[in-house]
Design a binder for this molecule. Structure first.
Ligand code: AHR
Length: 329
């Protein structure tokens, strides 16, 4: 090869590579990004426990109002506090091809694995709201609700303050529906803390979150003994029922027998203003904005923490009049 020919070949090789004439690998096609879903793409089947009181009414209203504001299509089911209704509603929503999200406020902590697995197999997103359940975390996207055990601990601390000057600390407990996480965990949290100031739970019975039942149970207890210094009502309604029974027994609720309840509904604030209830531990029912947001994220493939707890406070009778106008439920 002559020197001239060699130089020519070198220059040609440079030109080919510099101007892209050399054969190149074809680039892989860009993956087309899946369009993100919005609230308008959400059809939510919501299985509510029932309509047992002010807290539940506020929780239901939160779901209906927020759905309207965001453009979410909501299919609402009231299970009338019957577990079998909740299970069959769950299956109906699984077979409803429009429903892509199922929201559950569970009456009981157990018994959900089978329907949760069916929902997963059908590709539905499940969000648990309000009531914690005992099931594998792989079967639902997230749980959004209160720390009920913490509410129970706060209740015990507050009852200790109410009974500080009292020689005896006999407390009766009105329990919600016994299989629910709210009832189990509030009861357990209360017991974890009550001994710190020497409280004894002398009687404990369900009144199913209901004022009339709360009144009847308290009446029966007062017939047996008046040696009671405090009532722990696991919700406002049962505590208000107990207040009536105490009054009818010739005693002063809030004075002769201290009353502490959980929820912080407007009804309880009014009872605090009337001097019948002393202290209320808050349980927030306005959960829908967080639930819809989480459901949308899950549908769009985001992973979520398995529990998103709500922030909650404690309210005292002395502040009730000022605070009541600022309350949303
Ligand atoms: O799960 C929350 C509880 O359910 C509320 O404390 C009670 O009032 C309700 O019905």
């Amino acid at each position: 090869m002559t020197k001239k020919l060699f130089l020519l070949l070198v220059v040609a090789a440079f030109v080919f590579s510099a101007f892209g004439c050399a054969p190149q690998a074809t680039p892989a096609p860009e993956p087309t990004a899946k369009p993100k879903l919005t609230y308008k793409d959400l059809t939510v089947g919501f299985i509510q426990t029932g309509s047992e009181g002010g807290w539940r009414a506020a929780n239901t209203a939160s779901f209906k109002e927020t759905a309207e504001q965001l453009g979410v299509n909501l299919k609402f089911y009231d299970a009338q506090n019957k577990l079998e209704n909740q299970i069959s509603a769950f299956r109906n929503f699984i077979s409803d091809k429009d429903v892509n999200v199922i929201v559950l406020a569970a009456l009981e902590t157990t018994g959900w694995d089978e329907v949760l697995q069916e929902a997963k197999d059908a590709g539905k997103v499940v969000v648990i709201e309000d009531r914690r359940i005992d099931a594998s975390e792989n079967l639902y996207a997230t749980y959004i609700g209160s720390d009920f055990a913490e509410e129970g601990r706060k209740a015990a601390d507050e009852m200790c303050k109410l009974l500080e000057g009292s020689e005896k600390k006999n407390v009766v407990e009105l329990v919600g529906n016994v299989g629910s996480s709210a009832a189990k965990d509030r009861g357990q949290g209360f017991r974890e803390k009550m001994e710190e100031c020497g409280i004894t739970v002398v009687k404990s019975q369900t009144a199913n979150w209901d004022a009339t039942e709360g009144k009847a149970v308290m009446e029966a207890w007062l017939k047996e003994t008046k040696d009671i210094q405090g009532v722990f009502g696991q919700n406002d309604e049962m505590g208000m029922g107990a207040a009536q029974a105490i009054e009818e027994a010739g005693l002063k609720p809030g004075v002769d027998i201290k009353i502490l309840t959980v929820d912080a509904t407007a009804g309880a604030f009014k009872a605090m203003i009337a001097g019948q209830i002393n202290t209320v531990v808050e349980c927030n029912p306005l959960l829908a904005p967080q639930v819809y947001e989480a459901a949308l994220k899950a549908l769009n493939g985001e992973s979520l923490p398995k529990w998103i707890p709500s922030q909650e406070g404690v309210f005292y009778a002395k502040d009730a009049e000022t605070i009541l106008p600022t309350r949303k439920y």
